[in-house]
Design a protein around this ligand. Structure first.
Ligand code: GMT
Length: 378
């Protein structure tokens, strides 16, 4: 098949999933065309069967808000025609599904067809899509997609609750990891050695947006560190990074907390971690939690959204209520103080991630969905 993929190419789980899906599809012999405003961050410079088409938004003084969605629709239309794409797979509904609908309408005028598949990732449904300025166009665009998927059961339910779309048939296809990449045994614990071999290493990876509650991360760490001297490594960047740094200063933790900024490759870092902290407000899936589990890192997080579908509470991690700093700190301490329990959780997390969320199985589900949308018999 010839597949167009559009996603947010910078940091974020939806871009990571979209890019890794594209790479895996190309490895299976499909032709994959990324149509985005920048090269996706997890896409290496060259791979056979993978092409990148940059969306350039024309500037004009009149445009206080340059119309990216229109430029994207034009590029999608152009790439479908030039390369004979069978389908456009949009990751994150806004504005990608809308642009794909426009491109498909333009193609229909020219008696050509392209299937539109939309994967819902999270805030496109739970936050942004419910904003009055986007609500109706989001509902319209997802209803007009030929196939719709959500990355968790939670998000599927939310889609029906938020949009009441009777015309939608939302299939759940979970996110995935490549078990060959997220494998603790593959990487030396370099980070841990550098930061103090004997000290537990806690880690948080995110885009530091408000929903991630990064101040909570620091507060949980402070409580753990007061009992067992530890290290906290914060990976990523975003609007709330200054708030997290401020919390670290206020709590006098500067010498124990490291902000590494945005990093493309996290598997070697996770291999050094003892616990992963994700005290998030809302999470439709929690790809970073899955990457941690696959790397043998138990997760301490919240029971928000789809996270309980990823982390088995009490078995591969511990989930508490949003804002329950005491509960999450106590859970972190009890696991760190019981090496046998940590070892069991670490092993079970890695095994569970491989069993339920392995790249090969999930990519086959997408492949099957594409084929049925194109009425190709699997
Ligand atoms: O929805 C967002 O805020 C952005 C999106 C992203 O690009 O990272 O995050 C969502 O998609 C990820 C990949 O499917 C999920 O793992 C995240 O849980 C989800 N974020 C939220 O729901 C807040």
């Amino acid at each position: 098949m010839k597949i167009g993929i559009t996603c947010y190419p910078t940091y974020g789980g939806s871009g990571a999933v979209a890019t890794e899906l594209g790479i895996a599809l190309a490895a299976r012999g499909h032709e994959v065309h990324f149509i985005t405003y920048r090269q996706p961050f997890r896409l290496p410079s060259f791979l056979p069967g993978v092409y990148f088409h940059e969306v350039d938004v024309g500037r004009y003084p009149l445009f206080e808000y340059p119309p990216y969605d229109l430029a994207l629709a034009v590029r999608m239309h152009e790439v479908v025609r030039a390369h004979g794409l069978d389908l456009l797979h949009c990751h994150y509904a806004i504005p990608h599904a809308t642009s794909a609908w426009i491109a498909r309408e333009m193609l229909r005028e020219q008696r050509r067809d392209v299937k539109v598949i939309t994967t819902l990732h999270g805030t496109d449904i739970t936050i942004v899509g419910q904003d009055p300025s986007f609500n109706q166009i989001t509902k319209f665009s997802i209803e007009k997609s030929d196939r719709l998927t959500a990355v968790s059961e939670f998000l599927r339910r939310e889609t029906y609750n938020a949009f009441g779309c009777t015309a939608c048939d939302v299939a759940v296809i979970h996110n995935f990891i490549d078990p060959d990449v997220y494998d603790r045994a593959k990487y030396p614990p370099t980070l841990k050695e550098q930061l103090g071999q004997s000290k537990p290493l806690l880690m948080h990876i995110s885009n530091f947006r408000r929903v991630k509650r990064v101040r909570d991360v620091v507060q949980i760490f402070a409580r753990v560190n007061a009992e067992i001297p530890s290290r906290l490594v914060m990976v990523g960047d975003g609007p709330d990074r200054p708030a997290a740094e401020d919390e670290v200063r206020q709590l006098g933790l500067d010498s124990s907390v490291y902000f590494l900024g945005k990093l493309d490759v996290v598997a070697p870092l996770l291999a050094s971690a003892d616990l992963f902290l994700l005290p998030t407000q809302s999470e439709s899936f929690g790809l970073s939690a899955l990457e941690a589990l696959a790397s043998g890192v138990p997760v301490i997080g919240t029971n928000a959204g789809g996270l309980p579908e990823v982390v088995r509470d009490g078995e591969t991690g511990v989930l508490c209520g949003v804002g329950d700093i005491e509960g999450m700190s106590a859970a972190a301490l009890s696991i760190l103080l019981d090496r046998e329990r940590w070892t069991a959780m670490s092993a079970l997390g890695a095994e569970d991630a491989r069993t339920r969320f392995s790249l090969n199985a999930i990519v086959s589900q997408y492949e099957h969905l594409y084929m049925t949308s194109l009425e190709i018999r699997p």
